[in-house]
Design a protein around this ligand. Structure first.
Ligand code: HEC
Ligand code: HEC
Length: 429
């Protein structure tokens, strides 16, 4: 066993970094290419703001969508709601990738996506924008600890609107590292001039645009309605068929499911119909050293020594005392596992974890199994690490494979095919 595993480790330590480095160079070349085109097109479209508006992608309205959900869909895919225009929510949450990042090259490297402003990056991997609708308002309960909210660190707590998902949707439009609009008023004005402005009034009433702050909240609520719709969160995977009928999974997949709920203890955190209990944990995921945020000094004065403090960092910034935030430092929200394997083609790389350190399901499952028994790199934040349920599971390699096979059954069988740029690696074409 050890020779094969050591061979695997060698491969990880030597060959993979070389491949990763080569791909990064290619990525840089690709990015500089895109910048050139972006500059050219902005010259071509410069002039009054209204002329710079971009045509929206052709969207379909399935009969199942309510008016509010249809409005939310148009907002989600509207590339005019950024500054400069060109970046919709879908730029970082594409349906074909399980509503996560659509660029396999980025996923293979830093995993953080560029905002509407060239050269500005956030600091975390885009999680799925689907299946977050059941997350409660962020709260502390003595059995489960902190539960609920949106984002990896829970900072869209849900206290303002009573709905964390709607509150989350109000964040990216104004985030300088994402869609970069100067104010809520700017976004509301853009919606007022959009093709779907009449629908906005039909859904939210004739006075919908009168109060800017109210209108901005309605934008958030409409997007949340779409994210909860049967188009985005359909729960129609092979696993769901199996739950409904008792059929449709292979022997390996059912073995994976029983390990998931048994020996591997995955269901201790990935529980319920969407495979998350919305709690927070520090798994000891290593740093992703090529996160571009490390060199973004204007937004990150700490540079390479920056550590993502997760929930604890948010609680500290929200004014909680040290006894409250200290035990939560380094913890991240348990993500949904629905569509973890959804990808446009077999060779398309997806990344896993808050910083995208892991590049395959095989790798992250191997980490859960062997964090404490194999030489993994140091955790990004060592304190508060979960040592009860994670790190030394004693799974055989066949059992790891069965768990991965089960995770692949969580891919929805139907999702909207909206035309958008998906960046496939050359090797996989
Ligand atoms: C530039 C890329 C980018 C854009 C554009 C973007 N997002 Fe995100 N999204 C992210 C990242 C990164 C995170 C995680 C951030 C964090 O946790 O701090 C995230 C988190 C989320 C989450 C939270 C999921 C969870 O489980 O907590 C939802 C929902 C979401 N985005 C929806 C949207 C919507 C709606 C829009 C448009 C209004 C949008 N995103 C625009 C990158 C992006
Ligand atoms: C103690 C709670 C806990 C247990 C047990 C647990 N997970 Fe997780 N899982 C998490 C948390 C928290 C994250 C995010 C961690 C981070 O990014 O730092 C996560 C992330 C993941 C991801 C990445 C998803 C994404 O979108 O990035 C996968 C896949 C996953 N877990 C699968 C599993 C499997 C399979 C098992 C069982 C072998 C398991 N988890 C056991 C809490 C848990």
């Amino acid at each position: 066993m050890s020779t094969i595993t050591r061979g695997g480790q060698m491969l990880r330590k030597t060959v993979l970094p070389v491949i990763a480095f080569t791909l990064c160079v290619l990525l840089l070349l690709a990015v500089s290419g895109t910048q050139a085109t972006a500059t050219m097109s902005s010259v071509a479209t410069s002039g009054p703001a209204s002329d710079a508006r971009k045509p929206l992608p052709a969207l379909e309205r399935p009969a199942s969508l309510t008016d509010k959900q249809w409005l939310g869909k148009q907002l989600f895919f509207d590339t005019n709601l950024s500054e400069p225009a060109g970046q919709a929510c879908a730029a970082c949450h594409a349906s074909q990738v399980g509503w996560t990042g659509p660029d396999a090259m980025i996923n293979l490297g830093g995993v953080v996506y560029e905002g509407a402003m060239t050269g500005r990056f956030g600091n975390r991997k885009p999680p799925s924008s689907a299946y977050g609708g059941d997350s409660p308002i962020l709260n502390f309960d003595t059995t489960n600890g902190w539960t609920g909210g949106m984002f990896w660190d829970g900072r869209a707590a849900g206290l303002t609107l009573g709905d964390p998902l709607a509150e989350q949707a109000m964040g990216p439009f104004l985030n300088p590292l994402e869609q970069n609009n100067a104010s809520a008023g700017v976004v509301v004005d853009k919606v007022k001039q959009s093709q779907y402005a009449n629908l906005f009034i039909e859904v939210w009433g004739t006075h919908a645009f009168d109060d800017t702050e109210q209108a901005y909240q309605m934008i958030g609520r409409s997007i949340a309605a779409y994210e909860r719709s049967v188009e985005v969160s359909p729960r129609n995977s092979r696993y769901d068929t199996y739950v409904g009928t008792g059929n449709g999974l292979t022997a390996q997949e059912t073995l994976g499911l029983s390990l998931f709920n048994g020996k591997a203890q995955c269901d201790k955190c990935h529980s319920g119909q969407d495979f998350t209990d919305f709690t927070y944990d520090n798994l000891g995921v290593p740093k992703n050293p090529i996160n571009p945020f490390y060199s973004e000094l204007a937004f990150n004065p700490l540079g390479a020594s920056w550590v993502d403090l997760g929930l604890g960092g948010y609680l500290k910034s929200a004014g909680h005392g040290v006894s409250v935030y200290e035990p939560e430092l380094g913890k991240f929200k348990v993500p949904t596992l629905r569509n973890v394997d959804t990808r446009p083609s077999a060779g398309f790389v997806k990344a896993y974890g808050h910083n995208g350190y892991f590049k395959s399901l095989e790798e992250i499952v191997h980490f859960y199994n062997t964090r404490d028994t194999m030489p993994w790199p140091a955790p990004e934040y060592a304190a508060n690490m979960n040592t009860r349920e994670v790190g030394n599971l004693g799974l055989t390699s066949a059992e790891e494979k069965a768990i991965v096979a089960f995770l692949k059954t969580l891919t929805d069988t139907k999702f909207p095919q909206v035309k958008q740029k998906l960046f496939l690696p050359l090797l996989a074409r």
